[in-house]
Design a binder for this molecule. Structure first.
Ligand code: ASN
Ligand code: ZN
Length: 348
């Protein structure tokens, strides 16, 4: 069997026209990325509304994929342009997230051993969610009904980051550790969006421009307009907490993530500017250190110091230690970590 890396073109739903690393086969092309990992490769499958197995690998005659429009057909042949669009975004999401973890954090895939992964799209009917599974170490996307297809970059990287957490700190998915697990995914999802748009998915730094501090905003619809997460002020979703309290552990993990999301926002962007996304919210005067440094501190804290039972107080210690490892002890970076946690009522 001959395989050869080729460069295809995709019309994505959420990221414009994108380049896709594809595989040239005897009969055409398929969505198999022979460059990630280097020996190949991550794959995208069409479940065509099934809820098990891997369905069919995406194939195309001319290496020109998707039509950029939300999914409307059903059933969905693997070779139709409209049905391919979700696969284009899923493939792009795998590329961007894989590259960010490799180039920014030095991580070789989900497990840091270069194990390939795959994405499955068109899961079930009208399924308004996406998820990562430890069993397959793969990512699955619904088409949505109240939401649009769930394949935006921030959601894709959110799910990928669940795998990174599972194979590192392995934060238990309940109480405070569960909130930190969800926050890790929201943080990495947000960073991947900045990485994709601010640096064109290349390079070893995460810029402070191009992305935004909401999570899942692209998949909302007029009928279901609520942005899913507000990193800078989590309580804007009506359910998440902004600060730690003794009852935080009683919230669902998607809401007890709020304080950590907010602390990360403060760590990166500070709290000095005004406006919807940068916030007038207290504490004023806190200086941010930017996405790249903040993300590198968080990643080191997660992968070096956190364990399955780490809580918010433990996360503070882990982040302070990570900051001291990466930057001068007592310097601006470490001080920003103290301030960010103090601002959510953790430590002082
Ligand atoms: N999309 C959700 C998440 O990744 C699925 C879940 O509830 N675990 O958090
Ligand atoms: Zn999650």
């Amino acid at each position: 069997l001959m395989t050869a890396n080729t460069l295809g073109t995709g019309k994505s739903q959420y990221s414009g026209t994108v380049q896709l690393n594809t595989n040239s086969t005897a009969t055409g092309f398929e969505l198999r990325d022979l460059t990630r990992p280097f020996s190949g490769g991550n794959v995208v499958y069409n479940l065509d509304h099934s809820t098990s197995g891997t369905g069919t690998i995406y194939q195309d005659a001319d290496d020109d994929w998707g039509d950029g429009a939300n999914f409307k057909e059903e059933p969905e042949p693997t070779t139709s342009a409209n049905g391919q669009t979700a696969a284009v975004d899923a493939a792009h999401g795998l590329q961007i997230t894989w590259d960010m973890f490799k180039n920014v954090f030095g991580r070789n895939g989900i497990d840091d051993q270069g194990k390939p992964t795959y994405a499955r799209v068109h899961y079930d009917y009208a399924y308004d969610n996406a998820f990562y599974s430890d069993y397959c170490m793969c990512i699955t996307y619904g088409d949505g009904t109240k939401l649009q297809t769930l394949t935006s970059i921030d959601v894709a990287a959110h799910e990928f980051a669940h795998g990174v957490c599972s194979t590192s700190a392995n934060l238990i998915y309940s109480k405070e550790s569960g909130g930190l697990n969800e926050a890790n995914s929201d943080i990495m999802g947000t960073m991947a969006e900045f990485y994709a748009r601010g640096a064109n998915g290349k390079g070893s730094i995460i810029p402070d421009t191009g992305g935004n501090w909401t999570h899942g905003e692209q998949i909302t619809t007029p009928a279901y307009p609520l942005k899913m997460r507000f990193m800078y002020k989590p309580s804007k979703d009506g359910k998440s907490a902004d600060a730690w309290s003794p009852t935080l552990q009683n919230l669902d993990v998607h809401y007890s993530s709020g304080p950590m999301n907010r602390a990360f926002y403060f760590l990166s962007q500070g709290a000095t500017t005004s406006g919807e996304t940068s916030s007038n919210y207290l504490p004023q005067g806190m200086k941010g250190i930017g996405n790249d440094k903040a993300a590198k501190i968080w990643y080191r804290a997660l992968t070096t110091y956190m364990t399955s039972s780490t809580d918010y107080l433990g996360a503070r210690i882990a982040n302070i230690q990570a900051a001291r490892d990466l930057f001068p002890a007592g310097g601006a970076e470490e001080i920003a970590v103290w301030n960010a946690f103090a601002a959510i009522n953790v430590g002082g």
